[in-house]
Design a protein around this ligand. Structure first.
Ligand SMILES: Cc1cc2nc3c(=O)[nH]c(=O)nc-3n(C[C@H](O)[C@H](O)[C@H](O)COP(=O)(O)OP(=O)(O)OC[C@H]3O[C@@H](n4cnc5c(N)ncnc54)[C@H](O)[C@@H]3O)c2cc1C
Length: 416
């Protein structure tokens, strides 16, 4: 009998969790075959990317090789760049071959959304991948190296001004981490530069920061950022990014050699090209079973999907927490369907959110309880350490943090 093939696209939070859950649930189901595809042979733990940029955590410690996981469980991994999905023919076109499926889980994540802002895609630093984090780190170190030799005060100011666009969790966590790196470590290595010369500007189009937490915690976070000296600009949409400058809607122009885009995400081109109903971000609209109508057995989860939440009266946010819960629900329903049982609707259970605000500081909510300052930061570290894939990485990150508590961050600019 032909095996019943379940293909999962993307080995991020949603895809990898689906593969692991299916492998567990289908242990005694020899007719089912699980195939996981991704363009990279590793899983990236993106919530720690800002620590990679600041040098608190080593790049290799936030990635996990997928082939090692597949060897121990019951799924096959193949490295493939997915080019297109033919939902009618039930086939996936990849850079190497065409793959058929009986069940399909689309977990291809998202890509940076520049909202059509002039010059943003060409002239800003994206912050989504491991190379993005390392590239940004090298650039920041390069700015300090150049600033040391720069005699022209205007040019020096431009080199030491760092602008982040978008004050969601990613923008805020990165801004505070850059603040710690620049003001606590780099100025000690470059004594001719004064801490006050480093300017970190966080521009936000709306009237509040970190939308994932309550209004009170967001306001507290804002106060904390401003106390640290981070210049937060609310109601300040960026309308253009030029060569060495960023332009705001009110006409103000700020000169800088560093603009980091943390303003939002949209669907990847493969998902955007699907001939089904999508939202304005290009994400496919899924039903209560996370299936794409009218294609039974084809699911979309995580950042690739628009899944409505009755509590929010809106789409679920693009977070790892959502992707992983959806992955478990999809694995559960595929296993039920294979056994001839009816599928069950997905219900999202929000566990909370934690935002790190640099060393020893944070804000967040867990199970309805609010935290701030050191307790929030310690919770952030404990929760995310526990969520890292693999004990080897948990130990390596814990050791990175331990070393960071006693020694300065490494400021070597590694380039080959
Ligand atoms: C810097 C940063 C910090 C974040 N911090 C948090 C946080 O603190 N908490 C939180 O809950 N969420 C956080 N998020 C969001 C979270 O990472 C995403 O919501 C989550 O990764 C979505 O999971 P996913 O499975 O949908 O996609 P992803 O985890 O992004 O996985 C998508 C996978 O698809 C692969 N892929 C994409 N296109 C193709 C293709 N054409 N062919 C083959 N493979 C492809 C990619 O290589 C990737 O492995 C953060 C994101 C970033 C960028």
């Amino acid at each position: 009998m032909m095996p019943r093939r379940i293909v999962i696209l993307g080995a991020g939070f949603g895809g990898l969790t689906t593969a692991l859950e299916l492998a567990r649930r289908l242990r005694r189901e020899p007719r089912a075959e699980v195939l996981l595809l991704d363009a990279h042979n590793f899983h990236l733990f993106s919530p720690m990317l800002h620590e990679v940029t600041s040098g608190s955590v080593e790049p290799r410690h936030v990635v996990w090789p997928i082939r090692g996981l597949g060897r121990r469980t019951r799924f096959t991994f193949e490295r493939r760049q997915v080019r297109a999905i033919d939902l009618n023919a039930r086939k996936i076109a990849t850079d190497r071959d065409e793959i058929g499926y009986e069940y399909l889980v689309i977990a291809l994540g998202s890509t940076t959304n520049y909202y059509g802002v002039r010059g943003a895609a060409e002239r800003t630093f994206a912050f989504k991948t491991l190379p993005d984090a390392v590239r940004l780190r090298n650039h920041i170190l390069e700015m300090f190296e150049q600033a040391v030799d720069e005699r022209d005060p205007e040019r020096r100011r431009r080199l030491l001004t760092f602008v982040l666009v978008g004050a969601g969790c990613t923008g805020v966590e990165l801004a505070t981490e850059l603040h710690d790196l620049a003001r606590r470590t780099l100025v000690r290595h470059y004594p001719v530069l004064a801490a006050g010369e480093v300017r970190i500007v966080l521009a936000e189009a709306t009237g509040r920061i970190i939308p994932c937490v309550s209004d009170q915690l967001a306001a507290l976070g804002l106060t904390k950022l401003r106390e640290k000296g981070i210049e937060v600009r609310l109601h300040a949409p960026v309308v253009a990014v030029g060569d060495g400058l960023v332009e705001f809607q009110d006409g103000e122009k700020l000169t800088t050699d560093t603009v980091i885009w943390t303003a939002g995400v949209k669907a990847t081109p493969v998902v955007e090209a699907l001939p089904v109903e999508k939202d304005k971000l290009g994400r496919v609209i899924v039903n209560e079973h996370l299936e794409i109508p009218p294609f039974p057995g084809v699911f979309a989860i995580g950042d690739a999907a628009h899944s409505r939440d009755s509590r929010l009266q809106d789409a679920l946010p693009p977070t790892a927490q959502v992707a992983m819960q959806q992955a478990r629900a999809v694995a559960h329903n595929i296993a039920r369907d294979l056994r001839g049982r009816t599928k069950e609707p997905f219900t999202y259970r929000h566990r909370g959110d934690l935002v790190s605000l640099g060393i020893g500081d944070g804000v967040g909510e867990i199970a309805g309880l609010a935290f701030s300052g050191l307790p929030a930061w310690l919770l952030w570290r404990s929760v995310f350490l526990a969520k890292l894939v693999g004990w080897k990485n948990r130990i390596r990150v814990a050791l990175d943090w331990l070393v960071g508590a006693f020694f300065e961050r490494d400021v070597a600019k590694l380039e080959w």
